[in-house]
Design a protein. Structure first.
Length: 197
């Protein structure tokens, strides 16, 4: 009887698979900085200066306004007595855990991010941070700004550089036509203007 499936065990690597010139490698579209071992490799997240400021402001608000307020509420609820049936205490502890989880996430993002400054850049192709004006098949014009996944807001024109439209526009020049694969069908976009604000 033949085996149904063969399982291969991956060998543990003792050094990172880094390119010697760049000191990092790409996995699933993310750059990784080499650590002492593969498990310690940390992904690099790209942010615009405005996106980094927004994350830092949220972290500051959580640490200096929201968290102390919730800690005081939990302390007041705990002073009332029985904690097992005290809804204010239970809700406050839950809210405190949510804040602490968000603070850890934001700190990790800021520690592992790379802020890309593109204002005033004179590039002739689409790169991270570019604002691109495109025209579709019907002649309708739209503007997209390529940002990191943490700061994308498609409704306002801020799209991730990892999104289908973002990937199609990267490294293209004015006058180039790109085809974007989407669930509703193919979309053909022509680049009209590229600027870096």
């Amino acid at each position: 009887m033949e085996p149904v499936a063969t399982v291969y065990r991956a060998e543990r690597r003792t050094r990172p698979l880094a390119h010697p010139a760049r000191g990092r490698w790409r996995v699933c579209g993310l750059d990784f900085r080499p650590g002492l071992d593969d498990e310690e490799a940390v992904p690099t997240y790209y942010l615009t200066p405005a996106g980094a400021k927004k994350i830092a402001d949220e972290l500051n608000r959580l640490m200096h306004l929201d968290r102390p307020k919730i800690v005081q509420e939990v302390s007041d609820a705990a002073a009332q007595g029985d904690r097992s049936e005290n809804a204010e205490y239970i809700y406050g502890k839950k809210k405190l855990r949510e804040i602490d989880r968000r603070v850890r996430f934001l700190r990790k993002r800021l520690d592992n991010c790379e802020v890309v400054e593109t204002s005033g850049a004179m590039l002739d192709s689409v790169r991270f941070g570019a604002t691109v004006k495109v025209e579709d098949e019907e002649g309708e014009e739209r503007s997209y700004t390529l940002v990191g996944p943490d700061e994308s807001e498609p409704g306002t024109g801020y799209i991730s550089f990892q999104s289908p439209i973002g990937r199609a526009l990267l490294k293209k020049k004015v006058g180039d036509t790109v085809v974007v694969q989407r669930p509703a069908g193919e979309l053909e976009l022509t680049i009209v203007e590229i600027r870096y604000d």
